[in-house]
Each structure stands twice: as structure tokens, then as C-alpha cells.
Design a protein around this ligand. Structure first.
Ligand SMILES: [Cu+2]
Length: 218
């Protein structure tokens, strides 16, 4: 039987197998090359984002909602500084600032029970006039704070927004405007170390934000 060119022959079969093997090897070789190219590309790309690489080149976020590190260190340092800096003798002279943003710079003031008297100096670091953004520093017990703050508006600016002849007012400065400074000296003999006192600004509407706790440390 002669080979017609279409029928089976061992020679063609062998050639076919060899061809398949060659094609397979060629493709494997190509895929190895391609694979390593892809691998290299992935490595080059992802290595940019490795935690320790190219830190300086990265795009910084415009807004950081909460910088945990900064907040944590600020909390630590403020805690430490409060503990380290509090000095019973120094505490008899207190300085507090108010600004045009309706803020005191202190949320808490601590004085030593050993102080003969306490002087509180209030500085207005803003620029707005006393009629518009006036501040004072008023001291009451925690429980008298709201009633006195509410009654203060009726006293008017001429009385520094402090109810006249009101025994609940333990101490008060006059109302000052931006750039001004005032102070008041008072005895803490009648204050008790265990009681809770509130300091606040009695300018109408300010007491909701401008307030803090005043403590006598035995
Ligand atoms: Cu005020």
C-alpha cells in the first residue's frame, strides 16, 4: 500500500510528535520570559508601596481626620506637663487667656489650699471690642454656675455682667476687650478642697463654651 499523502505513516507521526514537543518547549520558554517580566514589573511597582520604601515620595493626604500619633503624644505630654509643672507655690498666681473665638486656653485650674490668696490674671488675646467679644473670669460653685450665668445677662455690661451683691459669685474680674488684661485677687479660705467649683465667662452666651473646673488641692 503506497503512501497517498493523507493516510497514516510512522514518519509523519514522529514528525508530528517532534513538532508538538518543539512548540511546547518554545511556549514554555516564552511564558518563562513573560512570567519573569511580569514578576519584575509587579515587584518594581509594589516595592514603591513597601512600608519602608520611598516614604518621602508618596503623596500626602490633604486632610487627616485624626492624627492618632500626634493626639496620643499630645495627651501624654500634656498629662506629663500637668503633673511635672504643677507647683503648689506657683499655683497662687494663675494666668488664663480668652480669645475672639470664644475660648479660654484652660479647661482646669488648680490652686493649692496653702495659698493665702489667689490672683487670677485674665488676658484677652483677641482684637474685638469688649461690647462685642468681652470676657471676664467668674468663679462659683458647680451648682451655682448655671443660675449665676443666667442671671449675669441682666446685670449688663456696666456691671461687667456680674449680678450685683450676689454672694454666689466667689470672685470675678471686670469685662475686657481684645488686647486688654485684668486681674483679681481673692482669698480661698472659704473654699473647700473637696468641693467642685466652676470658672466661666459671664458675657451673655459665652458660659456654654467658656468654662472650666477650678480645684483647690489640699
Ligand atoms: Cu467671654
Amino acid at each position: 500500500m503506497s503512501d497517498s499523502g493523507l493516510g497514516f505513516s510512522v514518519k509523519r507521526f514522529v514528525i508530528f510528535i517532534v513538532a508538538c514537543a518543539i512548540i511546547t518547549l518554545v511556549f514554555e520558554g516564552m511564558s518563562d520570559v513573560g512570567g519573569s517580566m511580569i514578576k519584575g514589573q509587579v515587584s518594581r511597582t509594589t516595592s514603591k508601596f513597601h512600608p519602608e520604601k520611598n516614604v518621602g515620595d508618596r503623596i500626602k493626604p490633604v486632610f487627616v481626620l485624626e492624627d492618632k500619633t500626634a493626639v496620643a503624644s499630645a495627651e501624654n505630654s500634656s498629662d506629663d506637663s500637668v503633673v511635672d509643672s504643677w507647683n503648689a507655690a506657683d499655683s497662687c498666681e494663675q494666668v488664663i487667656e480668652g480669645n475672639d473665638m470664644l475660648q479660654f486656653n484652660l479647661k482646669e485650674m488648680k490652686v493649692s489650699a496653702a495659698c493665702d490668696s489667689v490672683t487670677v490674671t485674665l488676658k484677652h488675646t483677641g482684637v474685638m471690642a469688649a461690647e462685642i467679644m468681652g470676657h471676664n473670669w467668674v468663679l462659683t460653685t458647680d451648682s451655682d454656675f448655671m443660675p449665676v450665668a443666667t442671671a449675669a445677662a441682666g446685670a449688663g455690661l456696666e456691671n461687667n455682667y456680674v449680678p450685683v451683691g450676689d454672694d454666689r459669685v466667689l470672685s470675678a474680674t471686670s469685662i475686657i476687650g481684645g488686647g486688654e488684661e485684668t486681674s483679681v485677687t481673692f482669698s480661698i479660705g472659704s473654699l473647700s478642697a473637696g468641693d467642685d467649683y466652676t470658672f466661666f465667662c459671664s458675657f451673655p452666651g459665652h458660659y456654654a463654651i467658656m468654662k472650666g473646673s477650678f480645684k483647690v488641692i489640699a
